[in-house]
Design a protein around this ligand. Sequence first.
Ligand SMILES: Nc1ncnc2c1ncn2[C@@H]1O[C@H](COP(=O)(O)OP(=O)(O)OP(=O)(O)O)[C@@H](O)[C@H]1O
Length: 254
Amino acid sequence: MNYIITTEQLTKKYKNFTSVNDVSLHIRKGSIYGFIGPNGAGKSTTMKMLLGLTVPTNGSFTIDGKHFPDDRLVILKEIGSFIESPSFYANLTGRENLDIIRRILRLSKSSVEDALELVGLTEFGDRLAKKYSLGMKQRLGLAGALLGRPPILILDEPTNGLDPSGIHEIRNLVKSLLNLYDCTILISSHMLSEIELIADDIGILNHGRLLFEGSLDDLRQNALQSGFAADNLEDVFLSMVEKDNTARKQRAKL
Ligand SMILES: Nc1ncnc2c1ncn2[C@@H]1O[C@H](COP(=O)(O)OP(=O)(O)OP(=O)(O)O)[C@@H](O)[C@H]1O
């Protein structure tokens, strides 16, 4: 299998609290990998480790054949990211905000127009960022991640706070990226139903531990075996989390 990102027993501890616990991910090149988990499961922390924003306590990872930490800077050049709600200069236009990132990344001027076009913001490029709707701000954040068309995109809850039509729009946009250029996307959400329409593979995280990793078909099989309807994967996800929470409580009592 051609994996572009693999993590091996990736772990992050804050004092005596383990935020990410022995997580081994396998992300296929050219796929959309949905990283699912309830609030506080450790999704953002895992993504931050992949981006070198926080240092793993244990474990390691490889991205496109390069190893962390030795190849940290080379790795970063290959990744576009959207972590939590991105912030912008409110009194600059969308286009000007992107131009700042472009200069830092030393990309060509045309990359800004290209990114605006990819996210459908070309006609609003000269509007001040503070006048953007939430959906437009999320699009601008995605445009920032897409500058220079990086081969890997790490998107942390890009639909956070959006209404159903905004979620639908961003979902279609993310899906369309694979057709527009050759990339691999790691995208997180706390709702499986938001991701299952676009993801090829799923990783389910709870309290820092990976409960499931596999294709959507694997998850459907898992659903059937556990007595769930294969077309209601959200229930399967919630039941996995609940079962894990109950087991954790029982272990804590011993
Ligand atoms: N700097 C930090 N110091 C201490 N604990 C932290 C720190 N950063 C994160 N945590 C804890 O690690 C756990 C995982 O947090 P994380 O933000 O990775 O979860 P998440 O799955 O992204 O959640 P959400 O969906 O709410 O964003 C949480 O309990 C959080 O409080």
